[in-house]
Every structure is written in structure tokens, then in C-alpha cells.
Design a protein around this ligand. Structure first.
Ligand SMILES: CCCCCCCC/C=C\CCCCCCCC(=O)SCCNC(=O)CCNC(=O)[C@H](O)C(C)(C)COP(=O)(O)OP(=O)(O)OC[C@H]1O[C@@H](n2cnc3c(N)ncnc32)[C@H](O)[C@@H]1OP(=O)(O)O
Ligand SMILES: CCCCCCCCCCCCCCCC(=O)OC[C@@H](O)COP(=O)(O)O
Length: 254
């Protein structure tokens, strides 16, 4: 009897941990990273078997494997404007960038033959880095702007030659403030050089369920708004700044 009295409060510890929102925050974050690493581990051999190496078609495998992850984190994703992605041929998608959770929304709507531009540090993220490489992700060195620009100029050619779509985060870094950082120009140079349309996608703020400072990671909904395309046909490098400004306006007013 005495022993039972000693033990029963201890049994409460896991329960208290479970209900503590700080614990949930760390648990969900850890789980997300670990699960993505595991999914990447599955995706690597699947990609190698399917395409034999780095190939944009591997994005289908990634998209397929990532789509259930939202349920595991208690998130819902609502998409509007899907019809704006129903275009033939290449285009550039631009969107705001809040956290690594953006991958979930991205995989919800990722069109066929679409990959993304990411910082080169991502290559070192273990299995995730390797699957990013296999998926044809274009890596840029943000510290060497001239290199980054060259890589993006090459990407403009490859987009047309191989009929590829590219997703760019024009803020160039993560931003959780619920607003938009000033846009970098690369995405707009890319679209103008390839003479392809830009499709803006707006992710709703994660602040309703996710707070890094307060250590909150609750259930919630991510809303993705796909906006009508912005044409670039006939534009030249002189038009890039106004194109970037116009896109920024469209983004902030949605
Ligand atoms: C089953 C598997 C499970 C595993 C799951 C995992 C799978 C995952 C799969 C998939 C998910 C991946 C998710 C990834 C997410 C990652 C996101 C990131 O990493 S965000 C960071 C990197 N992205 C960028 O930085 C944006 C692109 N950046 C740019 O476009 C910049 O513009 C850049 C780097 C090219 C230059 O940046 P500057 O900081 O120097 O700033 P500027 O103002 O833009 O440029 C300076 C001058 O250069 C000109 N310029 C820029 N680009 C040019 C160009 N291409 N050609 C000519 N001039 C250019 C500009 O016009 C400007 O000149 P003037 O001020 O106007 O005179
Ligand atoms: C061995 C090391 C392990 C690393 C862990 C990998 C975890 C993967 C989990 C999810 C995969 C999602 C990839 C999204 C990457 C991402 O969102 O990168 C952030 C950058 O855009 C901007 O970064 P910054 O400018 O540095 O804030």
C-alpha cells in the first residue's frame, strides 16, 4: 500500500508532461525534424530507383511522402485559387517564408516539374539534404551574391530547356513577423530572363498556432492563397524593380 502511494504521483509525471504546452512544443518540433529525416531516408532509394539520380521527377515522390505530415502535427491546410496554377509550361512561384513548416504547404500545392531555390546550407541536413539534391533543388550561396546570380541565370535557361517551374522565396530568409521583408530581386530577374509568368502564393500567418518565443505549437490551420499570374512577356531587366514592387504590393494586400 505504501509503495503504491509512492508510485502513483510519479505516474502523473508523463501526464503532466503531455499536457504541458512547452513539452508539446519541443516534442512536435523534434518529431517533425526526425520524421522528415526518416521520410527522406525512404525517398532516397525510391528516387534512385525511379530516376537514377538528380531529377525533377523525384519531386513527385517527395510530394507524395510529405502530404500526410500535417495530420501528425494537428495542422489543416486550406487552399484557395488552385485554378491559377493550371497553366501550361514553366513559371516562377513566389511565396512568403515563415519557417521550415512551409514545406508542408508547398507540398500541398506543388505542381508537376516544379522545384525550388534554397540556401546551400540545406545540403548538409543529412538525409533531407540528399533528397533535396535528388529532387533537383537549386542551391545558392547567399554570401556570394555574384555566384548566386550566375546560378539563377543558368536556372532561367534550364527552366525553358527542360520545362521546369521554380518556387522562390523572394524574402531570401525566414520571417515570422506576419509581414513581408523587402523582396530580393533574383526571382524577378529569373522570370524576366525566362519570359515566364510569376504566380504569387500567400501563406497565412502561423501565429494563430505557432509561437517560437512562447513555446507554443498548437493545432491549427494554414491557409494558402494562390493569386492570379503576373505576366512578364516583353519585359527587360529595366522592368525588374517595378515588377518586384508590383509583386510586393500584391503580396501585402492579400
Ligand atoms: C520525403 C522527403 C522528406 C524530406 C523533406 C524535405 C524536402 C524538401 C523539399 C523541398 C523543400 C525545400 C524548402 C526549401 C526552403 C528553403 C528556402 C531558402 O533557402 S530561402 C533562402 C534562399 N533563397 C533566396 O535567397 C531567394 C533567392 N535570392 C535572390 O533571388 C537574391 O536576389 C540573390 C541571392 C540572387 C541576390 O541577393 P542580394 O542579397 O544580393 O540582393 P538583391 O537586391 O536581390 O540583388 C542585388 C543586386 O543584384 C541584382 N540581381 C539580382 N539577381 C540578379 C540576376 N539573376 N541577374 C542580374 N542581376 C541580378 C539586383 O537587381 C540588385 O541590383 P540593383 O540593386 O537592382 O541594382
Ligand atoms: C544533420 C542535421 C539535421 C538537420 C535537420 C533537417 C530537418 C529537416 C526538416 C524539414 C525540412 C525542411 C527544409 C526547410 C529548410 C528551411 O526552411 O530553411 C530555412 C531557410 O529557408 C532560411 O533560413 P535562414 O535565412 O537561415 O533563416
Amino acid at each position: 500500500m505504501d509503495a503504491l502511494w509512492m508510485v502513483s504521483p510519479l505516474l502523473l509525471v508523463p501526464l503532466l508532461l503531455w499536457t504541458s504546452s512547452t513539452f508539446t512544443f519541443y516534442f512536435k518540433k523534434f518529431f517533425y525534424v526526425a520524421w522528415m529525416m526518416f521520410l527522406a531516408l525512404l525517398a532516397i532509394p525510391m528516387s534512385v530507383v525511379k530516376s537514377g539520380g538528380r531529377d525533377i521527377e523525384n519531386m513527385r515522390i517527395i510530394r507524395f511522402l510529405v502530404r500526410h505530415v500535417k495530420y501528425l502535427l494537428g495542422l489543416q491546410i486550406e487552399v484557395s485559387g488552385q485554378e491559377h496554377l493550371q497553366l501550361q509550361g514553366p513559371y516562377v512561384i513566389i511565396s512568403n517564408h515563415q519557417s521550415s513548416l512551409d514545406v508542408l504547404g508547398m507540398m500541398e500545392i506543388l505542381p508537376d516539374r516544379c522545384t525550388t531555390i534554397a540556401k546551400k546550407e540545406l545540403i548538409y541536413a543529412g538525409t533531407v539534404g540528399l533528397i533535396c539534391w535528388l529532387g533537383g533543388i537549386v542551391f545558392i550561396n547567399r554570401k556570394k551574391t555574384s555566384d548566386a546570380k550566375n546560378v539563377m541565370c543558368d536556372a532561367a535557361k534550364t527552366m525553358l530547356e527542360d520545362q521546369i517551374r521554380l518556387w522562390v522565396f523572394p524574402e531570401g530568409t525566414r520571417n515570422q513577423q506576419g509581414d513581408l521583408l523587402p523582396f530580393k530581386k533574383g526571382a524577378f530577374h529569373l522570370a524576366v530572363q525566362a519570359q515566364v509568368p510569376i504566380i504569387p502564393v500567400v501563406f497565412s500567418s502561423y501565429n494563430s498556432f505557432y509561437h517560437r518565443k512562447e513555446k507554443q505549437f498548437n493545432s491549427g490551420t494554414i491557409r494558402l492563397k494562390i493569386l492570379p499570374k503576373i505576366e512578364t512577356k516583353g519585359m527587360s531587366s529595366d522592368d525588374v524593380s517595378s515588377l518586384a514592387d508590383k509583386s510586393y504590393q500584391v503580396g501585402t494586400s492579400s
